[in-house]
Design a protein around this ligand. Structure first.
Ligand SMILES: [Zn+2]
Length: 303
């Protein structure tokens, strides 16, 4: 077992249905400190203990090359990912473009460098805002996003209401997903949309690969959703599901793909280097399953 020193918070109830510890089973041992639990009431998968030493697991260098393996990040060169990020989350940008009439405001949680929002820069009717806690990412995002708040989402306050709130590869990181979704609901106008991407633990790949599944990062990923559990938590938090799909591919530039393959199979490193002249090309690459969700906030008061 790998030692994972750090500060932890012990989870007291299931993040989706609220069931107490007596209703959980150990699904998988992750390391000396953490187990992946399964709630027998709702099927939700989550860490029993969550890292809260954020300065260690989300260092300023999170988006920089050679970030410590197992802490997530490790993007080699995040600056290259603009085009691939936009292609990866086109389900959300297409939907925004399709459903916007007149002016609209999009808020992104954990916007990283702001690549997703960059595509709206030239769309006068759509204004963009973002919440991001990484210093380096904020520095980049400020150049392309209308307004960037440098804060964790838990501490973010505003009196504004948004038309769209998007968060990609974000919900699996939070400590209390229901609280996060309820806060998103408070920030959305009635009948407007939340759009989410998060790993899909319901795919065959997770069952086959177990701990080696690409989305297992015990230090930073606390929650693992399936179609069933994301639907339940959203419906319980006053949303109506508009669309719920699994994507089996991510879009990535050749540079990141050959880096990843070289890490998985070190002896092939020199071979992949032959393809370096294609580094900027973006192609689909197997991702192990990722959910794509569009949900509408239901109006609470009768209209
Ligand atoms: Zn549960």
């Amino acid at each position: 077992m790998v030692k994972m020193p750090g500060n932890y918070k012990t989870v007291k109830k299931c993040g989706v249905c609220g069931a107490p510890k007596t209703r959980w089973q150990i699904y998988m041992k992750l390391n000396d400190e953490q187990n992946l639990m399964k709630c027998t009431d709702c099927g939700f998968l989550f860490n029993n203990r969550q890292r809260i030493d954020f300065d260690v697991i989300y260092p300023d260098s999170y988006f920089e090359k050679d970030n410590e393996v197992g802490h997530g990040g490790g993007f080699y060169c995040y600056g290259l990912l603009c085009k691939s990020q936009q292609m990866m989350y086109s389900f959300a940008s297409d939907f925004i473009k399709k459903t916007t009439t007149g002016k609209a405001t999009v808020l992104e949680l954990g916007c990283s460098f702001g690549f997703f929002l960059e595509q709206f820069k030239t769309e006068g009717a759509i204004s963009t805002e973002a919440v991001e806690m990484n210093k380096l990412a904020v520095k980049h995002a400020k150049k392309i996003v209308g307004r960037v708040y440098e804060t964790p989402f838990d501490s973010f306050t505003t009196r504004k209401k948004y038309d769209y709130i998007v968060f990609f590869e974000f919900l699996e990181h939070v400590l209390e997903p229901k609280k996060t979704l309820e806060k998103v609901g408070e920030l959305l106008k009635d009948d407007r949309y939340a759009m989410i991407a998060t790993p899909d633990a319901g795919t065959i790949w997770f069952k086959l690969l177990g701990k080696r599944w690409s989305s297992i990062h015990p230090a930073v990923h606390n929650q693992y959703f399936t179609k069933k559990t994301i639907r339940k938590i959203l419906e319980d938090s006053n949303y109506e599901i508009i669309s719920l799909k699994t994507s089996h591919f991510l879009w990535a530039d050749i540079y990141h793909i050959r880096k990843r393959l070289s890490e998985m199979f070190p002896s092939t490193k020199l071979f992949w280097r032959l393809f370096s002249f294609l580094d900027h090309k973006v192609i689909p690459f197997f991702n192990g399953g990722d959910l794509r969700v569009i949900a509408r906030k239901k109006a609470i008061s009768p209209r």
